[in-house]
Design a protein around this ligand. Structure first.
Ligand code: ADP
Length: 154
């Protein structure tokens, strides 16, 4: 059976931290689905089309990385795609508590789903989309925090 993992997030915008986890995940699984969650209550800085394009461009060299969008429960998206692994990145202790809660809730909803937590490489441990958005709002240079294919001001 193919080992398929889903890496969910809002990717507003994708960061080098996300890229790091996806690239490492790609060496562990037969397929990685990067899934942009469409959150109707959360206003995003970048449109879905732009966020998707940046992901497609960033992972164009990895044929077994697929970019999708979804709404609703992550577990339902995983089931529909026969993905029994949920890939998540871990930056610090704060992430850990949050990820543990989500992992246990997801396990209760679908016991076959295994959450795989990957420690971010240390150089990306402080990279956070929220802070990147703040820098962008103030017209700062975020190029060192986002993948090379991402041109924020294009
Ligand atoms: P977004 O910033 O896209 O909203 P989320 O907070 O929803 O991202 O997180 C999506 C996944 O990416 C989570 O597993 C999160 O831990 C992981 N992640 C976010 N930033 C980093 C980073 N700098 N290094 C590693 N993983 C990260």
């Amino acid at each position: 059976m193919k080992r398929i993992a889903v890496f969910p997030g809002s990717f507003d915008p994708i960061t080098r931290g996300h890229e790091n986890i996806v690239r490492r995940g790609a060496s562990m699984f037969d397929e990685v689905i990067v899934a942009i969650g469409v959150n109707t209550t959360k206003q995003s800085m970048f449109s879905l089309e732009v966020r998707k394009k940046w992901l497609v461009d960033t992972f164009a060299d990895l044929p077994h990385v697929r970019i999708e969008t979804f709404d609703g429960l992550t577990v339902e998206f995983c089931k529909k795609n026969e993905a029994t692994y949920l890939l998540r990145g871990l930056r610090n202790g704060g992430d850990f508590e949050y990820e543990r809660t989500i992992a246990h809730m997801n396990k209760a909803l679908w016991p076959e789903l295994e959450t795989i937590l990957v420690f971010t490489d240390p150089e990306y441990a402080s990279v956070h989309s929220t802070v990147i958005r703040e820098i962008i709002k103030n017209k700062g240079d975020v190029s060192q925090f986002v993948p090379t294919k991402v041109n924020i001001y294009e």
